[in-house]
Design a protein around this ligand. Structure first.
Ligand code: AMP
Ligand code: MG
Length: 354
């Protein structure tokens, strides 16, 4: 299949809407990451998303809409949803809702809820409006790869597999939406994202965070969000997070870089803009500013791909505090590292001994 990459002109949007109405796939920008869309009411079209991504069939999709009037046809608003919609839609917040029969099983992986979001990106909104359909869309990457934040990332993964990629430039948030469950007791964040726990609490009161957000699932634990079962966002190199006070962390990153480079590994460090000078000779990848965690969110997925492109085999990374947007950053970074982390102090003691 020939893949066209087009800027979102009126003609390109009309073509994209037509493809969606005919059961085809279209990759499009949103404010979080690029999505790979299909008509959410057409089971065959949705199956094609799973095939294109190599996505496990038990990982449900998010349905995208441009108007709340669309919801009634396929889902029921849970209690508490209206205030959140008022405040955060359009934007990076996904709400679980009880599904109606119009939604095929393949969208929800057989669950009794469907995830719904109204994106704010003008291209996404224009496309959703033009096609007039609810559009099921996961991130437009091959399953297991970092989510795409540019059209070039989508091309890397899906060239020849989808007919059209709309190129709307780099995504503003850079990480996927917050997934919030309002259907099962106390509101619970299943996946942290662009709308923070603090923001949600200011509207809802207490909001829980699913246990698997900052640690691996334990044996026998049921994932409330099936996506949490899978290794995600993984770079090809081996990623380890280094934790501790700033000075110790910088010394540890240097020691690890020197040790692994001497052992013959192509090694790099993910460090904040503020520390790039100090670590200039340790193959630094600039992960955004420590003083502005949103800038880290924006760059993280691109950084993981850059490390792959540079053939890095061992990566050591700084971490951000897990509050505000930092919680989403640490969830993605943690999962990319398969939750492998080491205290800087331990590194300093160990390497000194050797
Ligand atoms: P992605 O499409 O890559 O942004 O992934 C969608 C995320 O939403 C995955 O982590 C899914 O497991 C989660 N999700 C989608 N629908 C549901 C649902 N009905 N219940 C729980 N989690 C869901
Ligand atoms: Mg994804």
């Amino acid at each position: 299949m020939q893949t066209q990459v087009l800027p979102p002109s009126a003609e390109a949007l009309a073509l994209a809407a037509d493809l969606l109405r005919r059961g085809q796939l279209v990759a499009f920008p949103t404010e979080t990451v690029y999505g790979l869309g299909a008509n959410a009411l057409d089971a065959d079209a949705v199956r094609a998303i799973f095939a294109a991504k190599g996505r496990p069939a038990d990982n449900p999709l998010i349905v995208h809409i441009w108007s709340t009037a669309q919801i009634e046809a396929f889902a029921e608003l849970p209690e508490g949803a209206e205030a959140l919609i008022e405040r955060f839609w359009p934007g990076p917040l996904t709400l679980l809702m009880r599904r109606k029969p119009a939604i095929p099983d393949v969208v929800t992986a057989g669950l009794d809820t469907v995830a719904v979001r109204m994106p704010s990106h003008p291209t996404a909104r224009a496309l959703l409006r033009a096609c007039g359909l609810p559009v099921a869309a996961p991130s437009a990457n091959r399953s297991g790869r970092p989510s795409p934040t540019t059209a070039a990332h989508v091309s890397e993964d899906l060239n020849g597999v989808v007919p059209l990629i709309l190129d709307g430039g780099a995504c503003e948030v850079g990480l996927e939406s917050t997934v919030l469950d309002l259907c099962h007791g106390t509101p619970c964040i299943l996946r942290p994202g662009g709308v923070t726990q603090e923001q949600l609490s200011s509207v809802l009161g207490p909001v829980d965070i699913a246990g698997s957000v900052l640690r691996p699932l334990q044996t026998g634990e049921v994932a409330r969000s099936p996506g949490m079962r899978y290794r995600h966002y993984a770079p090809k190199g081996d990623l380890t997070l280094v934790t501790g006070p700033e000075e110790e962390t910088l010394s540890a990153l240097r020691l690890l870089y020197e040790r692994d480079t001497a052992a013959g590994y192509r090694t790099g460090v993910f460090c904040f803009e503020e520390h790039a000078k100090t670590l200039a000779d340790c193959h630094p990848f600039r992960m955004g500013r420590l003083s502005d965690p949103a800038s880290v969110a924006e760059r993280l997925f691109d950084l993981l791909r850059q490390a792959d492109d540079a053939g890095i085999e061992r990566i050591y990374s700084e971490v951000v505090p897990p509050t505000g947007i930092g919680l989403a950053v640490m969830n993605r970074l943690g999962r990319a590292a398969a939750f492998k982390s080491i205290p800087a102090r331990e590194v300093l003691d160990q390497i000194k001994e050797e």
